[in-house]
Design a protein around this ligand. Sequence first.
Ligand SMILES: *[C@@H]1O[C@H](CO)[C@@H](O)[C@H](O)[C@H]1NC(C)=O
Ligand SMILES: *[C@@H]1O[C@H](CO)[C@@H](O)[C@H](O)[C@H]1NC(C)=O
Ligand SMILES: *[C@@H]1O[C@H](CO)[C@@H](O)[C@H](O)[C@H]1NC(C)=O
Ligand SMILES: *[C@@H]1O[C@H](CO)[C@@H](O)[C@H](O)[C@H]1NC(C)=O
Ligand SMILES: *[C@@H]1O[C@H](CO)[C@@H](O)[C@H](O)[C@H]1NC(C)=O
Ligand SMILES: CC(=O)N[C@H]1CO[C@H](CO)[C@@H](O)[C@@H]1O
Length: 307
Amino acid sequence: MKFLAIVLVVACVCSSEKCNKVYKSESCSFGIITSPRFPLPYPNGTICTYEFIANGSERIQLNFIEFSLNYSDNYECYYSDTIEIFMFINNKYRPVQILCGSRLPGLIMSYGEKMKIEFRGINGGNSIGFKMEFKFLRNYGIKTGQQIGDKCDFHYNSSISRSGTFTSPNYPGIYPMNIICNYFFYGYDDERVLINFTYFDVEGVYPCDEEVSSDSVEFSNYKSRDRLFKFYCGRLIKSFNVTSDGKFFRVTFRSNTVMDGTGFSANYYFLKPKTQRVILNFEPVSTAVKVFVNFQIFLIFFVYVFK
Ligand SMILES: *[C@@H]1O[C@H](CO)[C@@H](O)[C@H](O)[C@H]1NC(C)=O
Ligand SMILES: *[C@@H]1O[C@H](CO)[C@@H](O)[C@H](O)[C@H]1NC(C)=O
Ligand SMILES: *[C@@H]1O[C@H](CO)[C@@H](O)[C@H](O)[C@H]1NC(C)=O
Ligand SMILES: *[C@@H]1O[C@H](CO)[C@@H](O)[C@H](O)[C@H]1NC(C)=O
Ligand SMILES: *[C@@H]1O[C@H](CO)[C@@H](O)[C@H](O)[C@H]1NC(C)=O
Ligand SMILES: CC(=O)N[C@H]1CO[C@H](CO)[C@@H](O)[C@@H]1O
């Protein structure tokens, strides 16, 4: 029985020290890859490539657990041992990032269904190389809400949870280029949605739209565009709140093909502050409304005194 269990695990987890390998989602949904001879130093002159092929809308996510490559101070990564990341864009592999030194890289997510990395351990020496985890993900690295279909669309319903968190794809790693994620908030009739951003780093410049090649975060009280809200982008040091008018709210994150950032992390709350809010909002309107509001205040007072 024990033997059988081990065989089953091996069948879906691919862990390997092999130097050149293609990992396909159908044969393993996650695994661990290490540099040759890990945790002993890798031999000088090592060159290894690893390719990842996902299925459909899945994305590949890499998580480095150990990272120590022979580093030479000069010219950034130029004379150092490196790991180069290639993304599959328009039917071609293009280099997008070079890693070197011994600072642990953040989470890396593919832009589409294929990704390749090349390890060039030319110098070797005493460096132990790397150990990394790879995963094929359907949820774009967004760990909360209910995903709708295969797209980057997530529901947050008050009936399921009155508060929680949500993040950009691959957070706290760099978000993938060319992606659109929708976060839909559904409250009960008398509720409103409060979003409290605690981290915000979305690459772009004002007015944060396509004209200025910006990535953006958009807010809307509707499924369609809501002109009352400007687009948000940039790096915000202080946290900020955004509130819906009614029970529905949409937050949309868009990244383009130019530059990227680390995205955002936010809390959401479904609020029920109806009585207070009505009085505040109706203050400057006509006397008929004022009478109504005053009546409400009276009622509240009445209820309070005679409770
Ligand atoms: C590894 O280093 C040794 C000693 O410096 C050198 O003789 C050898 O050619 C190197 N091997 C490769 C494959 O670069
Ligand atoms: C993707 O996975 C499904 C089952 O999960 C399988 O039926 C399908 O053939 C796979 N597609 C590719 C392109 O591998
Ligand atoms: C890095 O590689 C060079 C060339 O092989 C070697 O001389 C040096 O000792 C190595 N550095 C470390 C820290 O291993
Ligand atoms: C959330 O609420 C909306 C509107 O009531 C509904 O259409 C949707 O199916 C709900 N989603 C989930 C995941 O419960
Ligand atoms: C923003 O929301 C938080 C809850 O996350 C709340 O504590 C805070 O008072 C709100 N700030 C403002 C200015 O509304
Ligand atoms: C603008 C604002 O009020 N932001 C809040 C978001 O939530 C954090 C933690 O809950 C508060 O410290 C911030 O003040």
